[in-house]
Design a protein. Structure first.
Length: 511
């Protein structure tokens, strides 16, 4: 995929440029919010649809899996049919499928609806950075625009619980999807007027086989990892892993032979590019996993309301926005590797703090940990996005931005899947009190939401004992997952220090 300068070029006035950016940021923010907005709705959704623990994880992460599998393909499609056109078509589809999510009546229908929402979401993300490059010609303005874009993307994961908390306090769980409709209406109406069209004048054919291979490879591999962590190795999990790896190998080999590949594999030969993509992915992995499971912990262990839980998580969004806006300045005055490594270490520190989490942990302690995590995520994600664009030739910026966004969505999916597998694996082993019926124990071991529901039908002494055991097990699982995540983030911070050695942000050059 290439992203040559478009033949269609419309000058956009100063005020129009920033209004157009607001539309693009709205699209990015909404896609990011939808990745975590379900965190607070999970207890309500569990009570209504009664999903199993595995179905619950799929409801939480299939959206990001599908987006991650399709982003590069959709970026290539935008090059061909026009990035503005793809963005507006995706916005209409996103709104329509949101209604299907809101009125799902079974776990299977919910998983399918979330997957379709991921398909629509994948059409929104790839166009945003390419359009920012087309709108902002002044390097300083463009750098600030990318910073605002990065702040919105990294803050979106933390804003989701606040939006969800407010809606769940006043409406039913489906409202967290219906809120998409007015936002998408504004995006389509304003975007159709303000956004300039751009496309690659010589894109080459769109390779459908590569599209299928990338989607199958990503979903199958992550499914195998998630299922193996929870249930151990079974023949179907091994088959999925082999299928996924084979599809990704075939995808890579095919890209090497195509005249117009969906993804130019040679981009990864650049050390700075590869290091930035790795840091990008693991930054969001840590933040999204933390927010998703902390939402459940605050409600089901500490007994807080959805809105209260969402507000407690707000410092993460505040930190992410502040760091995102200042990221370019920090990286230029200090160093790129210092900014990225420091950001990764801050997310690792926030996760490490959650190892000490307990039912009596105070709001102030949580707020400080989340603020530090948000600062780190905003700093690392925004700088790595700029590095990814700056480390490749201008004509490959479209491919580079698709890789950046793929890393973001795959990180969000893996954060829920991998850390969730640790939480679920430990939680399912909790010791049920004597005398509790076997069917109630089985329901309780499916999820913490199931334990709360099962306890409501038991005598008060048994209910209290089982809830106490279940909450202790969930807390233990969350602490272990946070510890594992913090080790991974600290290790990545060290790796980024070496991989990004000598890397600088573009200053006055096209990126």
């Amino acid at each position: 995929m290439t992203a040559t300068e478009p033949r269609e070029h419309h000058a956009v006035g100063r005020a129009g440029r920033w209004l157009a950016l607001a539309v693009l940021v709205l699209a990015v923010l909404l896609v990011a919010v939808d990745a975590t907005v379900l965190g607070l709705a999970t207890p309500f959704l569990s009570e209504d649809l009664k999903p199993s623990a595995t179905q619950l994880l799929w409801i939480g992460d299939v959206y990001s899996f599908v987006i991650a599998g399709l982003l590069v393909s959709m970026g290539s499609l935008g090059d061909r049919i026009g990035r503005k056109k793809l963005l507006l078509m995706g916005a209409v589809a996103f709104g329509a499928v949101s209604v299907l999510n809101a009125y799902a009546t079974s776990p299977e229908m919910m998983i399918l609806a979330r997957a379709l929402l991921g398909v629509a979401g994948a059409t929104l993300m790839p166009s945003t950075l390419a359009l920012i490059r087309n709108i902002f010609h002044d390097p300083k303005e463009r750098s600030l625009a990318v910073g605002i874009w990065g702040a919105a993307a990294s803050a979106g994961a933390a804003v989701g619980p606040v939006v969800g908390g407010f809606l769940l306090e006043n409406f039913w769980w489906g409202s967290v999807f219906l809120i998409n409709l007015p936002v998408m209406a504004v995006l389509v109406l304003v975007g159709s007027k303000l956004l300039p069209e751009s496309r690659d004048p010589n894109p080459g054919p769109w390779d459908l086989l590569s599209v299928l291979l990338s989607l199958i490879g990503v979903v199958a591999v992550v499914y195998a990892v998630k299922e193996a962590a929870v249930n151990g190795f079974r023949w179907d999990i091994v088959v999925a892993a082999v299928l996924g790896v084979a599809a990704l190998v075939w995808f890579v080999r095919r890209q090497r032979t195509l005249a117009s590949p969906l993804l130019d594999i040679r981009l990864f030969h650049h050390r700075g590019f590869s290091g930035a993509v790795l840091a990008d992915l693991l930054t969001i992995l840590g933040l999204s996993g933390l927010v998703f499971f902390l939402s459940q912990f605050l409600q089901l262990v500490q007994g807080r309301s959805p809105l209260e839980a969402g507000l407690i998580e707000l410092p993460a969004a505040v930190g992410a926005v502040g760091a995102g806006l200042a990221a370019g300045t920090i990286a230029r005055r200090a160093s790129v590797r210092g900014a990225v490594s420091g950001g990764l270490a801050a997310v690792g520190l926030a996760l490490a703090a959650c190892v000490l989490l307990g039912a009596d942990t105070r709001i102030v302690s949580l707020g400080i940990a989340l603020f530090v995590g948000g600062l780190g995520a905003g700093l690392a994600f925004t700088v790595t996005s700029d590095v990814i664009l700056s480390s490749v030739p201008k004509e490959q910026a479209g491919a580079a931005s698709a890789v950046s966004e793929t890393a973001y969505e795959l990180g969000a999916a893996l954060g829920i899947a991998l850390l969730g597998s640790v939480v679920t694996g430990i939680y399912r082993g909790f010791h049920a009190p004597a005398g509790v019926p076997a069917d109630a124990v089985a329901e309780a071991r499916d999820s913490l939401g199931g334990a709360v529901e099962a306890a409501a039908r038991l005598p008060s002494d048994q209910a209290q004992a089982m809830l106490s055991a279940a909450r202790d097990a969930f807390t233990s699982g969350f602490q272990t997952a946070a510890g594992v995540g913090s080790v991974v983030l600290f290790a990545t911070a060290a790796a980024a220090w070496f991989l990004l050695r000598g890397q600088k942000l573009a200053d006055g050059a096209e990126h």
